[in-house]
Design a protein around this ligand. Structure first.
Ligand SMILES: Nc1ncnc2c1ncn2[C@@H]1O[C@H](COP(=O)(O)OP(=O)(O)OP(=O)(O)O)[C@@H](O)[C@H]1O
Ligand SMILES: [Mg+2]
Length: 315
């Protein structure tokens, strides 16, 4: 039985453009099974539909087609059961300003009918570096600390399936490491983890399998190691003071002075460097590195250039 199962899931929203009554598909027949014990990454650009998938999974949004289940419990037909099996860290920082951290966690335990949860609450506070904030009012916490509380809240009922929507957005390096250490430990102990992040090096390091979503469709789905193996293998990286020749610019990823060009072999690397020299430019700090998940991601996204599909009037 999969830990999380999406079967032909679609979600239509009222179209922000187009005639009244028209809709656009934020999710278009998405099917995806995540097995128990996986550490799974869901990646995609802004607006791809990641949070929509998670909202449907958490029962916060209704799918307009298809079905979703958590460890065999249908999210719509069996909401209470499905919800119990899930711990969701939402992307948006939502919290009740009237309680302190410990109270918020006790109340959350109460929602799940759990009494005397303080031993686990203490462990969560400790693992997330919140012990000295236990009595602080939620209003008095910084953004990163609020996010830590959201993580603790999601885990308060020891859910077997943990869903993290951008948990490290706005979080400092130290907490990111603490958080990943903790989540990896839960995963080792058997929890299934579904993660969305824009930090691709985190996804590469943590996730055994990855799905890439673009405008509501899955455009890549594979083991992380296989995604990397099938990538264009090498990247030539250098710094330059003027604009690249046009034919290279089309292929390059440019960040300020840093230019990165995907290359399949030594010959291609040589051709790039020759082209730079012939344009009268000087490449500095030249490096060749292996392609990483960010390169794969950009590759997949440019191969699937495709705008919002399916605009039509609702019935
Ligand atoms: N409540 C809503 N009403 C109308 N459209 C919505 C609503 N929520 C999301 N959308 C649209 O659905 C699409 C998918 O949004 P979603 O939040 O799922 O993207 P995302 O992949 O999580 O992006 P991000 O990386 O920015 O978090 C977007 O085009 C968004 O504008
Ligand atoms: Mg999102």
């Amino acid at each position: 039985m999969p830990a999380i199962s999406f079967q032909s899931v679609s979600k239509a929203y009222p179209s922000p453009r187009g005639p009244q009554g028209s809709t656009f598909l934020a999710l278009d027949q998405v099917s995806l099974n995540i097995e128990e014990g996986e550490f799974f990454g869901l990646l995609g650009p802004n607006g791809a539909g990641k949070t929509t998938m998670i909202s449907i999974l958490a029962g916060l949004t209704r799918a307009t087609g298809g079905s979703v289940s958590v460890l065999g419990s249908d999210v719509q037909k069996d909401f209470a059961q499905a919800r119990r099996k899930l711990g969701v860290v939402p992307q948006e920082l939502v919290f009740d300003p009237f309680f302190n951290v410990r109270e918020a966690l006790r109340i959350q335990s109460g929602y799940f009918g759990i009494k005397n949860n303080d031993a686990w609450i203490d462990e969560l506070l400790e693992s997330l570096g919140l012990t000295d904030k236990a009595n602080a009012n939620m209003r008095a916490l910084s953004g990163g600390m609020k996010r830590r509380v959201l993580v603790a809240q999601a885990l308060v009922h020891k859910p077997p399936v943990i869903v993290l929507d951008e948990p490290t957005a706005g979080v400092d390096v130290e907490l990111r490491q603490t958080l990943w250490h903790f989540v990896a430990k839960l995963n080792k102990q058997g929890s299934t983890v579904l993660l969305t992040t824009h930090y691709l090096e985190e996804a590469e390091a943590l996730c055994g399998r990855i799905a890439m979503l673009k405008t509501g469709r899955i455009v890549a789905l594979d083991k992380t190691s296989d995604l990397l193996k099938n990538a264009s293998s090498n990247v030539l990286r250098f710094k330059i003071d003027s604009e690249l020749p046009a034919h290279l610019l089309g292929k390059a990823r440019v960040t300020g002075r840093v230019v990165q060009l995907p290359a399949h072999d030594a010959l291609e690397i040589e051709q790039y460097l020759t082209a730079v020299r012939e344009a009268g430019l000087v490449a500095q700090d030249v490096e060749i590195r292996k392609a990483d998940l960010e390169d794969v991601f950009l590759d997949v996204m440019t191969q699937n250039k495709d705008s919002v599909h399916s605009v039509g009037a609702t019935a």
